[in-house]
Design a protein around this ligand. Structure first.
Ligand code: ADP
Length: 422
C-alpha cells in the first residue's frame, strides 16, 4: 500500500471515529462502517452480523440496502458458516474461494440471489466478549484478501462494537431509571395507603384500651399498659408515615406563630428525659440566656427535633451523652443534637435522610424504626427554608445539625448538599 493510500485510510478511519459521537443513530453509524469496510478493502460489499442471544446463530444487523429486506430474517448458524466460525473462535478469517471451503453458508446467497466468491471477516468484541462479526465480501479485480484488509476490518469492527455497546448501555440505563421510578411510585403509594388505612383502627384500639385501663383497675393493668405502650409506638410510626404522605402530596403547610426555640428544645428534652434516665444516658441542653423567639411552625420543629433526639438516644449505649444545643449564627438559628453513640459508617452517611433508609438491613438490625424519622425531620426543616445535615464517625458518635432562618426576610437555604463527614 502506498504512503498516500495509508494516509487516505487513516483519514477515513478518523472520520468514522468522529461518527461515533456525531452519527444520529446506531443504524446510520453502522451503515458508514460497512460502506467504509467495502470501499477500503476494495470489496463488492460488507455486512455486520450480530449474535442472537436466544438462538445459536448470528443475524444480519447491517447490510447493503438492496439486500436489507431479504437478509433481515436469515439466521446464520454458528456451525457450518464462516461468520459462525469467526464468532466461535474470535479469530479473523479469509476465504479466498468459497467453492472449496465448507465453512461458507450458502443460504444468504440463495435468498439474495448473490454469489459470494471470497470473504474476509473479523469479530466484534465488547468488554472481552464476541458480540458479532464484520465481513467484506468479494474482493474486486481478482485480487486476494490480505492482512492489511484484516487490519482495516478489525479497526472498523472495534468502532462498530463500541457503538453497539453504547446503545445497549443507554437502553439499560433507561430501563433501570424506569424501574427506579416505578419503585419510587410504589414507595409513595405504600406510604399513602398505610398511613390512611392504619390511622383509624389504631385510634380505636388506643381509645378503647385507655378507656378499659381506667375501668379495669389493677387486675388487668399490666396487660392493658402493654397494649397502650405498643399501640402508642405504632401511632408514632403512623404519624411519621402520614407526615411523609403530607409532604409528598404537597398538603404539608407551615403554620407560623411566634415561638421560642429554647422552649421547643426544653419540651422535647422533657419528653425524653425518663427514657434517657432509664437507659442511664445524660440528656441535656446547652444555650445562653436568649429565648430565640421567631416565627415558625412549633409543631413541625418539635417533630424534627424529637426525631433527632429519639435517634440519638436509640443509638447511644448506657452511660452515654446526648446534648442539644442552640446558637445564633449569622441570621440563622443553629440547632445541633450530638451523641457519643455507635455512629454511622461513612458509606451510609449520604443516604440517612432517604425515606426508608436504615444503616442495617431489616434482618440483621437490632434497633426498631422504619427509616422515616430523618426524612421527616429533613422535610420539616426545609419547609422552614432551613437546611439539615449529619456528621458522624463510626464508633465515636454523630452530630445532626439544622439551620433555620431567624427572620422571614432571611434567604431560604434550600435543599443543597446536606451531608458532611468528619
Ligand atoms: P429510624 O426511624 O428507623 O431510626 P431514621 O430515618 O430516623 O429511621 O434514621 C435512619 C437511619 O440512620 C437509622 O436506622 C440509623 O441506622 C441511622 N441513624 C440515625 N440517627 C443516628 C444516630 N444518632 N446514630 C447512629 N445512627 C443513626
Amino acid at each position: 500500500m502506498s504512503a498516500n493510500e495509508r494516509i487516505d485510510h487513516l483519514e477515513r478511519l478518523l472520520e468514522v471515529v468522529r461518527g461515533l459521537t456525531t452519527a444520529p443513530d446506531l443504524e446510520s453509524f453502522l451503515q458508514t462502517v460497512i460502506t467504509e469496510a467495502s470501499e477500503m478493502t476494495n470489496s463488492e460489499f460488507a455486512s455486520i452480523l450480530e449474535h442472537d442471544d436466544h438462538a445459536e446463530e448470528v443475524r444480519f444487523l447491517s447490510m447493503q440496502w438492496i439486500h436489507r429486506e431479504l437478509l433481515r430474517s436469515v439466521g446464520v448458524p454458528l456451525d457450518g458458516s464462516a461468520a459462525g466460525w469467526v464468532f466461535r473462535n474470535g479469530q479473523p478469517l479469509i476465504i479466498q474461494d468459497t467453492r472449496i471451503d465448507q465453512r461458507h453458508f450458502k443460504v444468504p446467497d440463495r435468498v439474495s440471489q448473490y454469489e459470494t466468491r471470497s470473504l474476509a471477516a473479523v469479530s466484534l468484541m465488547a468488554r472481552g466478549e464476541v458480540i458479532g462479526v464484520l465481513a467484506s465480501i468479494n474482493k474486486k479485480d481478482g485480487v486476494h484478501y490480505n492482512e492489511e484488509d484484516l487490519a482495516i476490518l478489525s479497526t472498523l469492527a472495534a468502532l462498530a462494537a463500541q457503538a453497539i455497546q453504547n446503545v445497549s448501555l443507554q437502553r439499560k440505563v433507561r430501563a433501570t431509571s424506569i424501574e427506579l421510578a416505578e419503585l419510587e411510585r410504589l414507595k409513595t403509594d405504600f406510604i399513602a395507603i398505610a398511613s390512611h388505612e392504619l390511622r383509624t383502627p389504631l385510634g380505636l384500639i388506643l381509645g378503647h384500651a385507655t378507656f378499659l385501663r381506667e375501668l379495669a383497675g389493677e387486675e388487668y393493668g399490666e396487660q392493658l399498659d402493654m397494649i397502650i405502650r405498643n399501640a402508642t409506638k405504632l401511632k408514632t410510626i403512623v404519624e411519621n408515615l402520614s407526615n411523609v404522605d403530607n409532604i409528598q402530596n404537597g398538603a404539608a403547610r407551615v403554620r407560623n406563630q411566634t415561638v421560642s426555640l429554647t422552649k421547643i428544645v426544653d419540651d422535647v428534652i422533657a419528653t425524653f428525659q425518663d427514657e434517657a434516665a432509664s437507659r442511664n444516658i445524660t440528656l441535656k441542653s446547652e444555650y445562653g440566656q436568649l429565648p430565640f423567639h421567631f416565627d415558625a411552625d412549633g409543631v413541625k420543629l418539635s417533630i424534627a427535633l424529637s426525631n433527632l433526639v429519639k435517634n440519638a438516644l436509640q443509638f447511644t449505649e448506657s452511660g452515654g451523652h446526648v446534648t442539644v444545643s442552640v446558637q445564633e449564627d449569622g441570621g440563622y438559628y443553629k440547632v445541633t443534637v450530638t451523641d457519643n453513640g455507635i455512629g454511622i459508617p461513612a458509606r451510609d452517611l449520604p443516604r440517612v435522610f432517604e425515606r426508608f433508609f436504615q444503616v442495617e438491613t431489616h434482618l440483621t438490625r437490632r434497633y426498631g424504626g422504619m427509616g422515616l424519622g430523618l426524612a421527616v425531620a429533613k422535610s420539616m426543616v426545609e419547609l422552614h427554608g432551613g437546611r439539615i445535615w449529619a456528621e458522624s464517625q463510626e464508633g465515636k458518635g454523630s452530630t445532626f445539625t439544622f439551620l433555620l432562618p431567624a427572620a422571614q426576610s432571611q434567604p431560604s437555604l434550600g435543599s443543597g448538599p446536606f451531608i458532611e463527614q468528619s
